[in-house]
Design a protein around this ligand. Structure first.
Ligand code: GLU
Length: 549
């Protein structure tokens, strides 16, 4: 076909496309940014809930754009209508909102490079494909589904590459007359790339994360536009990343094998190639094996999981930062007062193989996060969480506000703050002794020891208990009380001469602790006693006597 015929064909196939490439190039001019300012995009498909792997991708995109004072935008990639689910787009917006990963541009936030939903950009893709047809880089392909299946079968049998290329690309050189006849016949068609590549050539490419990648050149006549005129991912991402002036395409490394197609498309379309950063998949240890985090098997793969169990979004983001850059964790531990945004993330500190997602580690990070919050902040956030997920507890928290804040503030100062909470739902459990109603309901169910304490000794202790002193005086008092009652003043003394004592001061403290908190471990005992006050302690002694003895 000569150029004139190709122009005729292009007009025949796209009678409604009246705009030109130049129109769009002008409509979406280069962004006014410095060379180091990155433009990144998150391009999810609305195929169901946002997976942790996608969220990790969005987090990377936003971190790199923000730290370079660039642009992070959200582009909904809904060209595969078969895979799209109802409310999928709303779900993406909600999940990003919940994690405070806020795009600078999107269909909601606006921006000069929209629409930011691919299904609204069909005319743009078709304009460029029309141009490719004129330039001899694309053609209509009428191969029917049954024929495609047959070709596939043949290729599978011969153990050769599956697809339309070389001899299999039978519609490549149809004449204009032949095409017209098929169109008149109302035969269905797709538009394919007329690949100029040769499989025997190797291309080299530098990926920001993986370094040098070598791939065979693409020789496949891949589909550009489907039967309904909508684009494939290959075409859409190339055109969009060009027109939206993406500088860094950060995406999952399952796309590496298609890279040669994408580079070829950039080249024949005459576009500048962006930088690519292919991220390793998020994996998980499962019975000693490492596998991809699974939407089906792993509740933690769903981003709504974190809200439901009450792991603060900030803690999840801190964890994402930890798996994003291998040197982040150390920095964070040494810079307790800084926000993660102050760290400089780099591609060379990203994992090349799999990125292990470890819920236990996330919990530890969350504990550190909580340990740095004040009692008042934890109270407020737990209150908000409970309002949504545990209304009874919410009401109890409201009623016991002052006490609760005091309890949550124990052992908060000093270099080693308490690390006992990793999620909001832990507060109810860890501080069950803080609210009388809860304590009385649960009583000593949580106490799994079978030791019976000398309740008379504790009753006697109540006579000398003075809460109006400092911690040191209180402890000296209890030591004196121990000695008077036949107990050693320290575990060491007891160990040296066990036959001389009934026990040591620690045993008395343990008895008091179990009686007032229902557990053998708790934050600083004297602080708890002070907040409870003598009357409530007395009541718990009675409760213990009634239930445990
Ligand atoms: N829509 C593609 C996906 O969901 C995005 C890939 C990309 O970021 O380019 O896998």
């Amino acid at each position: 076909m000569n150029k004139e015929e190709r122009i005729e064909l292009a007009n025949l196939l796209f009678p409604n496309i009246t705009k030109t490439r130049e129109y769009y190039e002008e409509k979406y001019p280069k962004r006014n940014l410095e060379a180091n300012q990155m433009v990144t995009r998150f391009g999810p498909s609305p195929t169901g809930f946002v997976h942790m792997g996608s969220l990790f991708g969005a987090f990377c995109d936003s971190v790199f754009a923000k730290q370079s004072k660039g642009i992070f935008y959200l582009r909904i990639e809904d060209t595969d209508q078969k895979r799209s689910v109802e409310n999928g787009i709303d779900g993406i917006f909600n999940d990003l909102d919940a994690f405070q990963i806020i795009p600078d541009e999107s269909e909601k936030a606006g921006g000069k490079y929209g629409p930011y939903i691919q299904s609204l950009r069909t005319e743009i893709y078709q304009t460029y494909v029309k141009d490719l047809i004129i330039n001899g880089y694309a053609y209509p392909c009428f191969i029917k589904e049954e024929e495609l299946a047959k070709i596939r079968e043949e290729q599978e049998l011969a153990k050769i590459k599956i697809g339309i290329y070389g001899l299999y690309a039978v519609d490549r050189d149809l004449t204009l007359e032949e095409i017209k006849a098929k169109l008149n016949n109302k035969e269905e068609y797709v538009i394919r790339l007329k690949s100029p590549g040769n499989i025997n050539n190797t291309i080299e490419f530098i990926d920001c994360i993986k370094g040098k990648i070598k791939l065979p050149e693409n020789d496949m006549d891949i589909v550009l536009l489907k039967k309904d005129g909508t684009p494939t991912y290959h075409l859409a991402h190339v055109i969009d990343d060009h027109l939206m002036h993406t500088t860094h395409v950060i995406r999952g490394d399952e796309w590496v094998p298609s890279l040669s197609i994408h580079l070829q498309l950039f080249e024949i379309l005459g576009f500048e190639i962006p930088k690519y950063a292919h991220t390793a998949p998020i994996t998980k240890k499962d019975n000693g094996n490492i596998r991809k985090l699974s939407k089906r098997k792993d509740p933690e793969a769903k981003v709504s999981y974190y809200e439901e169990v009450g792991i603060p979004i900030e803690a999840v983001k801190l964890y994402l930062a930890t798996i994003l850059n291998s040197n982040f964790e150390e920095w964070y531990l040494n810079n307790s007062e800084k926000s993660f945004e102050e760290f400089t993330f780099t591609f060379d500190k990203m994992a090349v193989g799999g990125t292990l997602f470890d819920l236990e580690k996330l919990n530890n990070i969350s504990k550190t996060y909580f340990s740095r919050k004040s009692g008042k902040e934890i109270y407020q956030e737990t209150l908000e969480y409970s309002k949504k997920f545990d209304y009874n507890y919410y009401e109890l928290l409201l009623k016991n506000k002052e006490d609760m804040i005091l309890f949550l503030s124990i052992e908060k100062d000093g270099p080693r703050p308490r690390k006992d909470i990793s999620k909001y739902s832990d507060v109810k459990e860890e501080f069950s002794y803080a609210i009388d109603e809860l304590f009385e309901k649960e009583k000593y169910q949580k106490y799994d020891g079978n030791k019976k304490y000398d309740i008379n000794l504790i009753k006697k202790y109540m006579e000398i208990l003075n809460l109006e002193v400092d911690n040191e005086t209180w402890f000296n008092d209890i030591k004196e009380f121990a000695i008077k009652n036949g107990y050693a003043a320290s575990p060491k003394e007891y160990k040296n001469n066990p036959e001389m004592y009934k026990g040591h001061v620690g045993d008395i403290c343990e008895a008091i602790r179990v009686i007032v908190t229902g557990r053998t471990k708790s934050p600083d005992l004297f602080s708890i006693l002070k907040i409870l006050g003598k009357e409530r302690i007395q009541k718990r002694i009675e409760l213990y006597t009634e239930i445990m003895l």
